[in-house]
Design a binder for this molecule. Structure first.
Ligand code: ADP
Ligand code: ADP
Length: 228
């Protein structure tokens, strides 16, 4: 589902954030990406949704080679792939319903289909009763639920999350993890960069550790492996 072949990413300032990364993530896997700050986790994630392009090497997502993808084709990629951020990135002037519906409206999905899919995913994240609320009326955990609902409303094959629990208290973080586990149980591949040692050690999944732009460990059911 996700393949990287010898990917190098050198930023214009000379920093090499990916230094020859090769990885193969199969459909239905749940993968944590761990490592110290500055190790290259966000870059690894950004290369997957083509927020950054590799300096050399290949990134292939659901059969699409991102290196040869034209800019105008990027929206098609984004339909195969949901993205969840630490800071939610909701549209402040749109209510919960509209934030989730937005991705379907831009692709001119049928209105009935939009309503059904939006209400289905809001039900999955437990926010059906708050459809008319605006982001600033919601707790952090609720905002993250909206952002997850938005990421899956297109029924993507892959959901990528960069520190999705980074701004949340421990209890809310566990609730958010339950939602990711449910999404994964339905067959969606999940790739999650995280610093949350308790979660990684408790909900055992494949762990990819990155240091200095290199994969230094890749273990099924592995632990977090860093102190503090
Ligand atoms: P992590 O997510 O593990 O903290 P990042 O991928 O954000 O790591 O960063 C890896 C390295 O690349 C760091 O040294 C960081 O300063 C650098 N870096 C990240 N983004 C950029 C950028 N847009 N321009 C220049 N350097 C960057
Ligand atoms: P109905 O068919 O009963 O009018 P819809 O299928 O239009 O309901 O919508 C399903 C749910 O989504 C309802 O609870 C409705 O209030 C809500 N909803 C639809 N559009 C919006 C919107 N733009 N903002 C907030 N809630 C909406």
């Amino acid at each position: 589902m996700i393949q990287m072949n010898n990917v190098v990413k050198k930023y214009p300032n000379g920093v090499v954030a990916a230094n020859g990364i090769s990885v193969d993530i199969k459909q239905g896997e749940f993968v944590y990406v761990v490592g110290p700050s500055g190790a290259g986790k966000s870059t690894f994630i950004k290369l997957m949704y083509r927020e950054e392009k590799p300096t050399s090497g290949e990134v292939i997502i659901a059969g699409t080679n991102l290196s040869t993808l034209k800019n105008r084709q990027v929206p098609y990629l984004r339909r195969q792939l949901g993205v969840v951020f630490q800071d939610f990135k909701l549209l402040p002037r749109l209510n919960v319903y509209e934030n989730v519906a937005f991705a379907l409206e831009v692709i001119e999905e049928h209105p009935k289909t939009i309503r059904k899919q939006v209400m289905d995913v809001l039900d999955l994240v437990g926010l059906k009763h708050k459809v008319r609320m605006f982001p600033n009326e919601l707790s952090g955990g609720e905002q993250q639920r909206v952002s997850i609902a938005r990421s899956i409303v297109n029924m993507p094959k892959v959901v990528i999350a960069d520190e999705p629990t980074g701004n949340l208290d421990p209890e809310t973080s566990w609730e958010i993890m339950n939602i990711f586990e449910e999404i994964n149980a339905r067959g969606t591949t999940v790739v999650m960069a995280t610093h949350n040692r308790e979660i990684v050690n408790a909900i055992r999944k494949r762990v990819i550790a990155i240091e200095g732009g290199l994969i230094v460990r890749d273990v099924d059911g592995g632990d977090y492996g860093y102190e503090g």
